[in-house]
Unconditional design. Structure first.
Lengths: 239, 733
């Protein structure tokens, strides 16, 4: 085991209901999944010594020596795009549907592989029942992306690279909290909206005084003026 | 100079020396036709199907699409009775207004190659919900927009009406959550006045609705760049051409059920691929090229065929061929006629070519006395050979069925369009002769001829829409009856493929509908609303509703035809049924009457081939039964099942005094079909039971059934089964 912990980012992908498929179909699924992951890591420009891909039976685990932002975008984004391209060639019942979890933290490496609480957390959030339920209820979705609470607050909420915190919803079980997004959905279906997520100022978020979403949306670092125009009778702060 | 000399190509069509035969034959005056004789006679479904198919084949020939020979019946899709093939029109790369079929999005995604601006486009769409994507024509902007909206909006994508105002979203749009909206072309007038404020309003509405929208703007369309910068994504850097060719090559290979292979595996393609990819072509051309290479692998054509269509050396060879190899008017006329009538019987092409050669001669030799022709001078074999054409077998529709005929066609399927474009662009004087020749052929009694003439004239409209409209399309509509109208609609099928022309055509059709009196233009507009996929179904039906307040026979026939054509698309059927609910419940007698005619025609004309059934099902019976078997299908006006709507429409029609007999006649027809196909009896019995409940008069239905069973060769086997089902349903606790 390495004596010093390593700071790494994690991507864990599980194929939904892979065990329901015949062996031959599973083989094809795995080949397709690995091709997607390879494409995604290649797009992120990671050298081969910057990541490790380990098989997990019905999924894969990626431990990457890069910032978690890179794992969210482009790696996870490319996986979602490649998945869409793959599924465009088959009928919906034969779609591959993925649960994709992203987290980061400290890990150790020994002769048998990687170990660490952060890595365990990545697997756990990917297997949370509410996450599985979200994918189950999103029948038009091909994947669900789940991030840890820390990743959500530290990275997603900052809106880097156009990440949209408003498209995530909080899910929790007895042990932990995570945040889910379903690509293609403005909000994950089947998750109670609840109180709005703690959402720091992000580029392009609508802010209205009267609570209605009808309002103009602007991007700036500070509130510098009040727009005198009224939209459907509402005043609006321009940020 | 005499008038004739001044306009030599506009000489009278019928002359004493028999030079020209009139194309307008014995078309029956439309107002003398009883609408019921059309709407309730299933034989007219075949005619409607033939008219549709003639136009689709004409468009396919012009665009170089040569599908398999023969009719293909597709199971479980709505078609027209006895029409041979289904009449679902191909879109040829264009997207009809309204919901974009999931299959289209899938096809786009399967071959999508990300342009360099893709990430910026996606980020802007996510942040702002509405994006203006400005790039050159041929860049692949519609593909990029459809792909991105398909990815970001799980509930699907709608293409907006081409004349949608960008000042702000109207309530009629009904923006829905997780749905994407595409405005395929922003008109220059709209672009010039588009402000950030308008886009802010769009953004707010889209965000509130959790929807997203992309507006495509041509690179040449000026917008207020600085004002709209936050919403504008602009690029002229095209997607990787080689990747595009590869993607379409592999997708076509996969679609053909072949093992995956890389384009690079075929070294013999390399020089041609290099040449085509280097000469930056339109994305559509590159996609066609990739598919063309795949056809070579599949043995459907050879590499030379593909080379002819896509290389610049082929351009030079083409010009040399047209300008030098075709030595005289006879050969050029044949080449142009074949451009318009590619894939039609040799005699049709030579007849048309002879007429054109005469018109050319008349233009060049205004003095009629000098226009002697040597009738044995040119042989067909010489014409075909010099035109680089070939004789092939094809299946032609006739009034009494299909038969295999010998047809003549260019060896290069892209040549018809090239020839016509060459004439349009290079020879202004010949253009006028050809235009007048097409105009005459557009009123031919032969539906194939008028459809081909229409589509060929439509090609002109791509570059000079207003000229084509004024000189060909509107003259066809004006006082040339059904045949001229069909040529005009065929002509419009070409420009509707161009997003930038769609707003104009949409407005033109709306303008044609103005005024109270029923005119040729009214009827043409109604026909166009059913035939051209230019407006959403809701918008088209709303316009048809205004036209439905009529007692004009030809207008009612046109309305029923338009409604039937709309109903052939299963995605549009719920909207059609909803509109007919409105019409048949109208307080206006004439609107109700039009509605009943349409209901009778839908019941009479539509059919579906179901696997396991020996006879095609009546279309509405099949839809009603599908609703029963598969609950949760699309609703009519958001509240009725399609089954409930069909039962209600039948109930209203059977209760309308003037239509009672027609409704019983069509139920009798359905009963006779069920007599021959036992698999339909349960479904029909259930529908009749519900119809009886809706009208409160099951007894009359039963009496009719029993009477029909007692007729000579009546449906004696089906009726007991139907009555048993009705008994069961009535006695159900």
């Amino acid at each position: 085991m390495t004596e010093q912990p390593l700071n790494r980012s994690f991507l864990v992908i599980d194929v939904e209901k892979s065990s329901d498929r015949a062996n031959s179909a599973q083989t094809v699924l795995r080949a397709d999944l690995y091709a997607m992951v390879d494409e995604a890591l290649g797009t992120a420009g990671l050298a081969v010594n910057q990541y490790a891909v380990e098989d997990r039976g019905d999924g894969v685990m990626v431990v990457a020596d890069t910032g978690v932002l890179d794992v969210l975008d482009p790696v996870a984004e490319v996986v979602v795009e490649a998945l869409a391209r793959r599924n465009a060639t088959v009928a919906p019942p034969d779609w591959m549907r993925l649960r994709i979890a992203v987290h980061h933290g400290l890990v150790h490496r020994d002769a048998h592989g990687w170990t660490g609480d952060a890595l365990t957390t990545t697997f756990r959030i990917n297997n949370m029942k509410p996450v599985k339920d979200v994918l189950r209820s999103a029948d038009r979705a091909q994947s669900v992306l789940v991030v840890s609470d820390a990743v959500y607050r530290d990275v997603v909420c900052q809106g880097y690279r156009g990440l949209q915190p408003g498209t995530y919803r909080e899910v929790a079980d007895d042990e932990r909290t995570a945040w889910v997004r379903v690509p293609g959905y403005a909000a994950p279906p089947g998750v109670a909206t609840g109180p709005a997520a703690a959402e720091p100022v992000a580029r392009g978020q609508a802010i209205t005084i009267n609570g209605s979403q009808i309002g103009s949306v602007h991007t700036a670092e500070r509130v510098d003026r009040v727009d005198a125009r009224s939209y459907f009778g509402q005043s609006e702060v321009r940020r | 100079m005499s008038d004739e000399e001044d306009r030599p190509d506009e000489e009278p069509e019928s002359t004493s020396d028999g030079e020209e035969q009139p194309e307008q034959a014995d078309e029956q005056p439309e107002e003398t036709v009883d609408p019921k004789s059309v709407t309730s006679d299933p034989r007219n479904a075949r005619k409607l199907g033939q008219d549709n198919r003639a136009q689709e084949k004409a468009l396919a020939a012009l665009l170089g699409e040569r599908g398999p020979i023969g009719n293909v019946i597709v199971a479980n899709t709505i078609g027209l009775v006895d029409s041979g093939a289904q009449s679902r029109s191909a879109s040829y790369g264009s997207v009809p207004s309204g919901p974009v079929a999931a299959e289209v999005i899938k096809a786009v995604t399967a071959t999508f190659v990300q342009p360099s601006c893709y990430h910026e486009l996606r980020r802007t769409l996510r942040e702002r919900s509405v994006v203006l994507l400005r790039c050159p024509a041929g860049w692949g902007r519609t593909t990029a927009a459809l792909h991105l909206l398909g990815r970001e909006c799980a509930d699907g994508v709608d293409k907006l009406n081409p004349d949608t105002s960008m000042r702000g979203p109207s309530a009629a749009l009904g923006l829905r959550a997780n749905r994407g909206y595409l405005l395929e072309s922003l008109e220059a007038d709209q672009a010039a006045v588009l402000t950030e404020f308008s886009l802010d309003v769009w953004r707010a509405a889209l965000t509130a609705a959790q929807a997203k929208m992309i507006v495509l703007v041509d690179a040449a369309t000026p917008v207020r760049d600085r004002d709209l910068a936050d919403y504008l994504v602009e690029t002229d850097e095209r997607p990787d051409a080689l990747a595009l060719v590869r993607a379409h090559f592999r997708a076509r290979l996969a679609a053909a059920g072949k093992p995956d292979q890389e384009l690079a595996d075929f070294t013999e393609f390399a020089p041609l691929v290099e040449e085509v990819v280097t000469n930056a072509r339109r994305a559509q051309d590159l996609a066609d090229f990739g598919r063309g290479l795949c056809r070579v692998v599949l043995g459907e054509c050879d590499l030379e065929d593909v080379r002819r269509g896509f290389t610049s050396s082929a351009d030079g060879a083409f010009r040399e061929w047209f300008d030098e190899t075709l030595a005289d008017n006879d050969h050029r006329a044949f080449a142009i006629a074949l451009g318009a009538f590619d894939g039609m019987p040799l005699h049709t092409v030579t007849d048309a070519a002879t007429k054109l050669a005469r018109a050319m001669q008349a233009a060049e030799l205004p003095d009629r006395r000098d226009r002697r022709r040597q009738v044995f001078r040119v042989r067909n074999v010489s014409l075909v050979e010099k035109a680089e054409a070939e004789i092939a077998a094809s299946v032609e529709d006739t009034d009494y069925g299909s038969l295999t005929v010998q047809v003549v066609r260019y060896r290069d399927p892209h040549r018809p369009r090239r020839v016509l474009e060459h004439v349009w662009h290079e020879y202004p004087e010949a253009q006028e002769v050809v235009r007048n020749w097409l105009r005459r052929l557009g009123t031919s009694p032969d539906r194939q001829v008028r459809a081909r003439a229409g589509v060929a004239a439509g090609l002109l409209s791509l570059t000079e829409f207003d000229r084509a409209r004024l000189q060909v399309i509107e003259p066809w509509v004006d006082d040339h009856g059904e045949w001229g109208r069909q040529a005009a609609i065929a002509a419009l099928r070409v420009p509707v493929l161009q997003p930038e022309l769609q707003p104009l055509i949409s407005r033109m059709i709306t303008h044609w509908l103005e005024g109270e009196e029923v005119t040729d233009f009214h009827v043409a507009a109604v026909t166009a609303l059913g035939a051209l996929p230019i407006m959403t179904a809701d918008r088209a039906l709303k316009l048809l509703r205004k036209a439905a307040d009529t007692d004009s026979a030809r207008m009612i026939i046109a309305l029923a035809g338009a409604v039937t054509n709309l109903a052939l698309d299963a995605d549009r059927l719920p909207a059609v049924l909803g509109e007919l609910m409105r019409w048949t419940g109208s307080e206006t007698l004439q609107v109700r009457g039009s509605g009943f005619h349409c209901v009778v025609q839908l019941c009479t004309f539509l059919e579906v081939s179901e696997e396991g059934s020996s006879r095609p099902w009546p279309g509405l019976l099949w839809i009603a039964d599908l609703d029963r078997r598969e609950p949760g299908r699309a609703l009519v006006r958001g509240k009725f099942t399609q089954r409930a709507a069909i039962v209600e429409l039948l109930a209203r029609t059977i209760e309308a005094p003037h239509f009672m007999q027609d409704t019983y006649d069509l139920i009798r027809r359905w009963t006779r079909i069920a007599d021959r196909d036992a698999t339909q009896r349960e479904a029909l019995g259930l529908l009749l039971a519900e119809l009886g409940r809706a009208t409160g008069d099951t007894a009359s239905l039963r009496e009719h059934l029993i009477a029909w069973a007692g007729e000579r060769r009546g449906p004696a086997a089906a009726v007991p089964d139907l009555l048993a089902v009705m008994d069961r349903e009535e006695n159900r606790p």
